[in-house]
Ligand binder design. Structure first.
Ligand code: ATP
Ligand code: MG
Length: 604
């Protein structure tokens, strides 16, 4: 492609809308253009990158025996009601765009396709002989994200590959899952990315086992905890670990102490000269379920630990039934306005004890009359601990479960694992932390959807059994931007060869020089014929401008028909290292071919 024929517009200034480097660079280099919040146009260079990522994904999916298809984006609400996800996905923090057609029928714009694929499997899979089967598609997804940001990283319209497997049982599902796991490793390697597969929370989609694939980059929204021995890595949302041991408490007798102005753990530790590991901290949350029921939740956890809100949400989902609810709509720390809706009197915030009276709650049919008291494992073993007194300005010290306080019955792991904690599999290993961008997610769904939607098959022995299902997603557009986030310098993007829009760019320093143009023209034809995708910067621009643009758009190899042309050579510059060498014109094609082949074979 000749640049003089392209819509080629680069910007010198960072766009105001962009916060992270990859977003700035993709806009500046003319890859993407913002059309609205979370809505982007993929311009020609970007589309080439996206096609390359898609092709790698497609080849790895095909290699597992999965079959490509294309499912509708307009999805009838009935299907989502059958799976009981319509409300979760359309109300409160739900992310599905919902609409009504001219006949007043409700539809959703596909954020994911479990309902559609399960309907197809229900209708078409009759017998165990048809299993296993795995269908995938590469397609635009729609999600009304609460905070669309970072360009393609969190768009409201983005490209995803999603695959769905169906098996006869848990064992078959495990095999399908492992195949996908391998395919995911292969595809991220082939894209030239540094990544990590991590244990993940299964979230609202349901099911049991799941793994995320994290592209490592400082701007990543996710935190990954891992051990140096490579035996453990997990999303912080899911991670487990052993916290440090609690220090023995100096408070051997129970008493109430005047502790003015100590509403935080830090201030309390300073005042009492104690360790946060001796404190039982009581954190108040407000949960709202889908039936409108508000539940006040009190979590007792050790003072040096934080609540993992994902684990807490999962526990509250497990408790939904006792409130006659199906799902949790929101979980917040109630501010003053929220407290007014249910508090019968001002709460002793910062001084709450595990046994705070239920009288603080003004019950009505939308507010549960008693606190849901949860206790994290970290406080169960504590002796002579410090905690609130339910009176502002006072704490108690030297308290014990079974003496001054009843240990709440619901004992759950609610703490957030953190860097420096000991690993469960080997206490000598401590957790390390890295930032990651979630690029892919594979799930074992089991029978969740086949049960709710009645998708069964006839087994060898003639029984009618539910299909075992797995689902496997990759954010194709997110991967493309994440590659930039992982690989850029002050001058611009450095694409991995495998997904670069073009392999090479020929920059002619002086288009008025007939020799330069003739050599460039010849190389351009020769390289493209040899399958080396080459751009030709034939614009009537200064050499400096061309070199800057070539660096900015990040093409792996730049060829300059400059001074060495007199000796029958051209300069070839590698974008990543800026290393330059003069190569005889006839050698350029075989040399580049070899470099590109090596780069494509190399594992990241
Ligand atoms: P996240 O936790 O980042 O919101 P998710 O868990 O909702 O993602 P999945 O439902 O597992 O995402 O979707 C599969 C893949 O699709 C993700 O791993 C990610 O790469 C991509 N993806 C999800 N949401 C977006 C989005 N808003 N914009 C771009 N890519 C996305
Ligand atoms: Mg996910």
């Amino acid at each position: 492609m000749r640049l003089s024929n392209m819509l080629f517009v680069t910007l010198r200034e960072d766009p105001a809308e962009a916060e992270i480097p990859s977003h700035k660079l993709l806009v500046r280099a003319g890859y993407i253009r913002r059309i609205g919040s979370g809505i982007y146009a993929y311009l020609p260079l970007m589309w080439r990158v996206l096609r390359k990522v898609s092709q790698i994904v497609r080849e790895e999916m095909d290699a597992t025996g999965a079959q490509e298809c294309l499912l509708p984006q307009l999805q009838p609400s009935e299907l989502w009601k059958e799976s009981e996800r319509w409300d979760t996905y359309t109300k409160a923090e739900g992310i599905m765009f919902a609409l009504k057609d001219r006949q007043d029928r409700e539809l959703g714009l596909g954020p994911t396709h479990e309902e559609i694929i399960t309907t197809i499997a229900r209708d078409m899979v009759r017998s165990y002989r048809q299993l296993p089967v795995n269908l995938y598609q590469i397609q635009t997804k729609f999600r009304d994200e609460i905070r669309p940001r970072f360009g393609l990283m969190r768009g409201r319209e983005f490209i995803m590959k999603d695959a769905y497997s169906f098996d006869v049982g848990a064992e078959g599902l495990e095999q399908s899952y492992q195949k996908m796991n391998q395919a995911y490793h292969n595809m991220f390697h082939r894209c030239g990315l540094r990544f990590r597969g991590v244990e993940a929370d299964s979230g609202a989609i349901g099911g049991s086992r799941s793994q995320e694939f994290m592209i490592l980059a400082d701007a990543g929204e996710d935190e990954v905890l891992y051990t140096e021995d490579g035996q453990y890595s997990a999303n912080v949302e899911k991670a487990v670990s052993l916290p440090p041991d609690a220090e023995p408490s100096p408070f051997t007798t129970y008493e109430k102490r005047d502790t003015p102005n100590t509403p935080t753990i830090d201030s309390l530790c300073q005042f009492l000269k104690c360790s946060p590991t001796q404190i039982v901290k009581n954190v108040l949350y407000q949960a709202i379920y889908d039936n409108g029921m508000t539940v006040l939740v009190l979590v007792s956890i050790r003072g040096d630990q934080d609540v993992n809100e994902v684990k807490l949400k999962n526990e509250l989902m497990r408790q939904a039934e006792q409130y006659n609810a199906k799902t949790l709509l929101s979980l917040t720390v109630p501010d003053a306005a929220a407290q007014q809706k249910w508090a019968s009197k001002p709460l002793p915030l910062g001084y709450i004890a595990p046994d705070i009276s239920d009288d603080y709650i003004n019950p009505n049919k939308e507010v549960a009359p008693v606190f849901l008291r949860l206790v994290d494992k970290t406080v169960v073993e504590l002796k002579n601990f410090v905690t609130g007194s339910n009176e502002s300005g006072y704490h108690v010290v030297g308290a014990n479960w079974g003496e001054q306080f009843q240990l709440p019955k619901l004992e759950v792991d609610l703490r957030k694992a953190k860097i420096g904690d000991r690993a469960i599999h080997n206490l000598a290993q401590t957790l390390q932390s890295a930032r990651g961008i979630e690029a892919g997610h594979i799930f074992q769904l089991g029978t969740k959807y086949s049960n709710s939607m009645g998708a069964t098959y006839t087994s060898e022995s003639g029984e009618e059994l539910p299909l075992y299902m797995g689902c496997y997603g990759v954010g194709v557009s997110r991967v493309a931007q994440a590659a930039v986030e992982q690989s850029y310098d002050k001058d611009g993007i450095i694409w991995p060869v495998a997904i670069a829009p073009y392999h090479a760019i020929i920059s002619v320093p002086n288009v008025g020089d007939a020799d330069q143009m003739a050599a460039a023209q010849k190389l351009y034809t020769q390289l493209n014929e040899a399958g080396i995708e080459t751009l030709f910067d034939d614009r009537n621009e200064r050499a400096g401008v061309k070199f800057k643009d070539a660096d900015l758009i990040g093409i792996p190899y730049r060829i300059v028909t400059g001074r060495s042309l007199k000796e029958g050579k051209v300069e070839v510059v590698e974008r990543a290292t800026k290393k330059s060498q003069d190569i005889a014109i006839d050698e350029v094609m075989p040399t580049l071919k070899q470099w590109i082949d090596t780069a494509l074979k190399a594992k990241a």
